[in-house]
Design a protein around this ligand. Structure first.
Ligand SMILES: [Zn+2]
Length: 184
């Protein structure tokens, strides 16, 4: 009798030791979503519309405002993006350097084939020329070759541009030459 009792106990304890399926916790653990910013989801750059070139003026103003530069003194109507054919695969050119207007020539076919980062880089570079008379000698954003650039590095270049860390204006002599080139 005693023996049976023992066996029963063992059976019972074995039974209770059976692995139990872990219950799904009532509260789900919500993992924090880490959004990696890039040109395409940046709150400012993502507003650029290749088929609406004037949208880039809005985002350039917004970027400038981040660094305390208010460009609202420039009327939107005085900023012109002119769709044109540019040779040699050139996507854009500043036409208002050293002048009191902003006119950016864009070859839309070439422009639309650029990726978002290249488009933003190009527009900021050309507006840098026209709005601030920035020369290529400042480097960074104003370095002469429009290039594809990693997002975080671009942020630094934009910051260095608007805070005048990397910024040099065209000299009067250079402006004379530029005006000569863009005349007619
Ligand atoms: Zn340039």
């Amino acid at each position: 009798m005693k023996k049976h009792y023992l066996i029963l106990l063992v059976l019972l304890s074995a039974c209770s030791a059976d692995p139990v399926e872990p219950e799904v916790p009532a509260e789900e653990v919500v993992e924090e979503e880490v959004v990696v910013l890039d040109y395409d989801n940046d709150p400012i750059y993502s507003k650029g519309r290749p088929n609406l070139l004037n949208s880039y003026w809005g985002i350039f103003k917004e970027s400038a405002a981040l660094y305390g530069i208010d460009l609202s003194y420039i009327e939107d109507d005085d900023v012109n993006f002119v769709s044109t054919d540019l040779r040699d695969n050139v996507a854009g050119r500043a036409d208002g350097s050293c002048r009191d207007y902003v006119r950016i020539l864009i070859d839309e076919t070439t422009f639309r084939n650029l990726d978002t980062g290249e488009q933003i880089f190009l527009i900021y570079h050309e507006l840098g020329h026209d709005v601030f008379n920035a020369s290529h000698d400042g480097g960074g954003l104003m370095a002469p070759n429009i290039r594809s650039i990693e997002y975080t590095l671009f942020q630094t270049e934009v910051s260095d541009f608007f805070t005048k860390v990397d910024f040099l204006e065209w000299t009067d002599e250079e402006c004379e030459i530029i005006r000569g080139l863009t005349d007619g």
